[in-house]
Design a protein. Structure first.
Length: 565
């Protein structure tokens, strides 16, 4: 067998299992999302791991929806999850499953446990069950219903299924050990009454299995060999194994835990993300500030960059927080290689070239990518009136400001040298409205025949021939690196740390005319400004809208250079 490309601890385990012919030499994984929200970047790590292992070992990976709690589950989330997995570059073919497909089988497994004396119907209220559970230092107390006969529990369980009882009247609990040091083994609940229609089974069921019961059995039913999950399920592993051992399932998958992905300046909890959406702090699950895959796709992140990021962070046994800068570095690296270049002016300042003919227009040839001639070139129109960035001009410029200022000369990218001769201001406000310049016709293409030098090159667009656009500039969603921990420390809600400046909308931007027909989702590097994407939701033929993906400044790369890595 060929050595797998990675040697993380999970692959080491799998390799040893194959050498021992465990599971008859099979490798079968699964990605098991709950369809109660959109996937986020943390799920991408699990997707890449499960599908990647299946590919490395020529095994299989199922896409299974663990839809055992009808509250909040919907086909909308199922469709969104499938779209995200495909966007990341993975395909499950005919291996799409739902835990709800196994409801009858799971019910029969529950009957089997009751008949074997391993489960009973408990009539304590949810609060009473919690009180009886005990603490980490004190054992739990047995339920007064723990010694119900199998016959009575069977009767009650069947009547629960028939809808005879109200929510919370009874639950099915495993009979394990109320003194176990592992709280998950203190007679956990396996089934509860929930008279809520299921998005797939409708009103067919009014009792639903708990996640811990359904998950391990769904794995066994599907013949999964290695059940990969994050560290918060480590204490659930004894229950996972207990259920499968007691039911003597033909297949007993091995649960292996790995560190979840925690990313700075955001949150990785579906509950928190839903809270952001519900309180209107973002525009929805696909808001480009969200760490959801839908939000990242809309913002312009590439699937290749996310897969590279997941590979870079690796698979570890201990939780940690990954710098957002590393993710942005991976996105920037990918875009730098593949994104065509364009010129755009986000905060326009008009420039009038007094000695350029008013009725003249010419075109300059500009490469679409300076390091990739194969990407071709484009024509950029040049005229007497232009727009430059407001930041590229200062009336009272200090010595170290090398861009345009009165009496100074700069190069217009791909075009000419220009020199500022006059500044025009609004008489009432004193605001600069336009600057007048002269150009040197001998510097066509941006080069002087006498080899004189200028200290700055700035970008521009033709005023009469440019395209209007709206640009959304995104920043960190939170003002602190770990909003959950900071909220707990301060005794407040995590939403208190939402960054009020995480979105800035610029409505009077100017871009090259060639971008007028840019397709939704198209990505570009706006020279000197950053990487931008045509918004696939709000942009239209009548309204061109760009999202800033990332800036050009690569903090992560500079950090690595400083550390000598």
């Amino acid at each position: 067998m060929a050595k797998p490309p990675s040697t993380d601890f999970i692959r080491v385990i799998i390799t040893k299992d194959l050498q021992a012919n465990k599971h008859d030499g099979r490798v079968a994984t699964r990605f098991p999302p709950e369809p109660n929200g959109y996937l986020h970047i943390g799920h991408a790590k699990s997707i890449c791991l499960n599908f990647g292992i299946a590919a490395d070992y020529k095994g299989t990976c199922n896409l299974r929806f663990d839809d055992t709690d009808p509250s909040g589950e919907s086909i909308e989330y199922v469709d969104a999850i499938k779209a995200d997995v495909r966007w990341l570059g993975f395909e499950w073919n005919d291996r799409e499953f739902f835990a709800s497909d196994y409801f009858e089988q799971l019910y029969q497994y529950a009957l089997q446990l009751i008949k074997a004396g391993k489960a009973y119907i408990c009539s304590l209220s949810p609060d009473e069950i919690r009180e009886h559970r005990g603490t980490l230092t004190e054992p739990g107390k047995e339920s007064p219903y723990r010694n119900r006969s199998a016959e009575e529990s069977l009767d009650l369980f069947e009547r629960m299924r028939a809808g005879e009882f109200a929510d919370g009247a009874h639950v099915l609990r495993a009979r394990i050990d109320m003194a176990s040091p592992n709280l998950n083994m203190r007679d956990p609940v396996l089934y509860r009454i929930k008279k809520v229609p299921h998005y797939r089974t409708g009103d067919q069921w009014c009792i639903y299995p708990m996640y811990d019961f359904a998950h391990c059995l769904s794995d066994a039913i599907e013949g999964i060999t290695h059940s990969l999950c994050t560290l918060e399920f480590e204490n659930n592993r004894p229950l996972y194994d207990w259920i499968l051992d007691e039911l003597k399932t033909p297949c007993h998958p091995q649960q292996i835990e790995f560190a979840r992905l925690n990313l700075s300046y955001t949150v990785m909890s579906k509950r928190m993300l839903a809270d952001l959406v519900g309180k209107g702090l973002v525009s929805g699950w696909s808001d480009p500030r969200m760490p959801t895959l839908a939000g990242m796709r809309r913002r312009g992140y590439t699937p290749d960059a996310i897969r590279t990021f997941c590979e870079r962070i690796g698979v570890a046994k201990n939780d940690s927080v990954v710098d957002m800068e590393l993710l942005e570095h991976c996105v920037r690296d990918d875009l730098n290689e593949h994104a065509p270049r364009a010129m755009a002016v986000l905060r326009p300042l008009k420039v009038i070239i007094d000695n350029y003919p008013a009725d003249k227009t010419e075109e300059f040839d500009a490469p679409n990518h300076p390091q990739d001639p194969g990407m071709g070139s484009r024509k950029i129109p040049f005229s007497r009136e232009l727009y430059i960035e407001q930041d590229d001009f200062l009336e009272d410029a200090p010595k170290k400001f090398f861009r345009l200022a009165p009496g100074r000369e700069v190069r217009l990218r791909y075009a000419y040298f220009i020199k500022c001769e006059q500044v025009i201001k609004d008489k009432k406000t004193g605001e600069i409205t336009e600057i007048h310049c002269t150009y040197d016709p001998e510097t066509r293409g941006g080069y002087a025949p006498d080899n004189r030098k200028v200290k700055a090159t700035i970008h521009w667009v033709s005023a009469p021939l440019c395209q209007e656009a709206e640009v959304r500039l995104y920043d960190r969603l939170f003002t602190v690196a770990n909003p959950g921990a900071e909220a707990e420390k301060a005794g407040t809600e995590f939403t208190a740390f939402v960054n009020p400046d995480s979105l800035e909308t610029l409505t009077s931007c100017k871009v090259e005319p060639g971008l007028a027909q840019a397709a939704p989702g198209s990505r570009y590097q706006f020279e000197r400004l950053g990487y931008f994407c045509v918004d696939p939701v709000d942009s239209s033929e009548d309204s061109l809208l760009f999202n800033r993906i990332v800036t050009l400044r690569d903090t992560w790369a500079k950090m690595q250079e400083k550390d000598g890595k």
